[in-house]
Design a binder for this molecule. Structure first.
Ligand SMILES: [Zn+2]
Length: 105
């Protein structure tokens, strides 16, 4: 009998970094960075991991959002555009991508 490794070592290391980032944000904010909700908090990627996988582990690309705000941020470009703080945070490490994702340039 042998065991099947469900998660590769590389993936486990990434998951650990993501978990650390979430813990750091929980310590720093403790609530949704958009609406202040303290429930159903998630680690959000300001530049989405599907379109911008290169920033998956970038800590400045991480934010603590509640489920509702996370959905809105990901799917509603007008809502996203109203979050100037998020644009400014992305601009620090990926100015071109910030403009594209927020459809500003
Ligand atoms: Zn929220």
């Amino acid at each position: 009998m042998y065991t099947i490794r469900k998660t590769s070592k590389k993936q486990s290391a990434k998951n650990r970094l993501i978990a650390q980032s979430k813990q750091r944000l929980l310590n720093e904010y403790g609530c949704c960075q958009i609406c202040g909700n303290r429930r159903s908090l998630q680690l959000a990627h300001l530049l989405p991991k599907g379109r911008y996988p290169e920033y998956y582990l970038e800590s400045r690309n991480h934010a603590l959002l509640c489920h509702e705000c996370h959905e809105l941020y990901d799917n509603d470009v007008d809502f996203r555009k109203s979050q100037t703080w998020a644009y400014n945070q992305i601009y620090q490490f990926a100015p071109l991508e910030a403009g594209r994702y927020f459809r500003i340039n």
